[in-house]
Design a binder for this molecule. Structure first.
Ligand code: IPM
Ligand code: MG
Length: 368
């Protein structure tokens, strides 16, 4: 690959800039040893953008994100912005970017690294070898449904409203991403909703059933209510291959699944939009963890989720499978032998800083 690709980095708030700094070092390594040429631009988002511009993301930044070949995002939010108006809270910047980029399929892999099986809150035998892919619908459902708002009633009390809404087309497009991924894995999709309570869930179930019959007869489809899915994830997580679900259930279930792997600080995510005529697709990459204000600035955050998000970016947006696999293998080796950041600490292992974790990954990469 010799064409120049544009990459927008949005470190954001809290630990975002700290972990992004380590991902940038890995990006430099990729550039130095391959034909790849990236034009890397960086911009503000979240609280950092509120401080500079009064909004959590500017129109100019959104335009840069749309023009870029891929976006690598850090994290947003923190107590400093707790009292800003709801419309311009840091998270609104992230939600606008997702919506305006039209990235609807959020891929949240939950893989247990062998060296971390002991760090899970479940028994190691329940999680060893665990490899689940959650496909979360990201720009629909109750996050964006109308009507929404807080209204004042005639008696002076208030009423808060949000709306869960999904159309056939929205369900089908995220369903296809899940079925396509399953074809490269164990060919099993579990579709999750609350069809026993919600009409939007009933439609979700019907559309997934129709899609499987019409286009994916080779993939096994099962259905599960979201509450049962939470229970099954805690009881026997290895029963799942690909889980496909709406925005809110996906938000909740992916935190649970992430925790099963031993550390939220380990997990990357990729969010893809529709395939364009030229074969490219809008794409947004971010760690699952948030801005962790409690540890921000202390140099102890785990940069591995950000680094692994970069690996997903190289794989899905730039078709650089070899580089992505090298980074993932380097992370595996670091976990097996190097020190640990506090979130994945283990007795008998040295505790290391964010930068030292970056050093360890680079040392492994240099040895490949
Ligand atoms: C996530 C986060 C976001 C979400 C927040 C920060 C808006 O929890 O990516 O899971 O709810 O989608
Ligand atoms: Mg979440």
């Amino acid at each position: 690959m010799t064409t120049t690709k544009t990459l927008l980095l949005l470190p954001g708030d809290g630990i975002g800039p700290e972990v992004m700094a380590q991902a940038k070092r890995v990006l430099d390594w990729v550039q130095a040893r391959s034909e790849a040429r990236f034009e890397v631009i960086e911009d503000l988002v979240g609280g950092a953008a509120i401080d500079a511009h009064g909004v959590p993301v500017t129109d100019a930044t959104v335009a840069k994100a749309i023009a870029a070949d891929a976006v690598l995002f850090g994290s947003v939010g923190g107590p400093k912005w707790d009292s800003v108006p709801f419309e311009i809270r840091p998270e609104a910047g992230l939600l606008r970017l997702r919506k305006d980029l039209a990235v609807f399929a959020n891929l949240r892999p939950a893989k247990v690294f062998d060296a971390l099986a002991e760090a899970s809150s479940l028994k190691p035998e329940l999680v060893r070898g665990l490899d689940i892919m959650i496909v979360r619908e990201l720009i629909g459902g109750i996050y964006f449904g109308e009507p929404r708002g807080i209204e004042t009633l005639p008696d002076g009390s208030q009423r808060g409203v949000n709306t869960e809404v999904y159309t056939t087309a929205e369900i089908q497009r995220v369903g296809r991403v899940a079925f396509d991924l399953a074809r490269k894995r164990q060919k099993r999709v579990c579709s999750v909703e609350k069809a026993n309570v919600m009409e939007s869930g009933l439609l979700w179930r019907q559309v997934m059933t129709g899609l499987q019959k019409a286009e994916y007869p080779d993939v096994q489809l099962t259905h599960m209510y979201a509450d049962n899915c939470a229970m099954q994830l805690a009881k026997n997580p290895k029963q799942f291959d690909v889980i496909v679900t709406g925005n809110l259930f996906g938000d909740i279930l992916s935190d649970l699944t992430a925790m099963l792997t031993g550390s939220l600080g380990m997990l990357p995510s990729a969010t893809l939009g529709a395939l364009k005529a030229d074969g490219s697709r809008p794409a947004f990459y971010e760690p699952i963890h948030g801005s962790a204000p409690d540890i921000a600035g202390k140099g102890v955050a785990n940069p591995l989720a950000q680094i692994l998000s970069l690996a997903l970016l190289l794989r899905y947006s730039f078709d650089m499978e070899a580089a992505a696999a090298s980074i993932e293998a380097a992370v595996e080796r670091v976990l097996a032998k190097a020190g640990r950041t506090p979130d994945i600490a283990e007795p008998g292992r040295a505790q290391i800083s964010t930068t030292q974790m970056g050093d360890a990954v680079l040392a492994e990469l240099a040895a490949t």
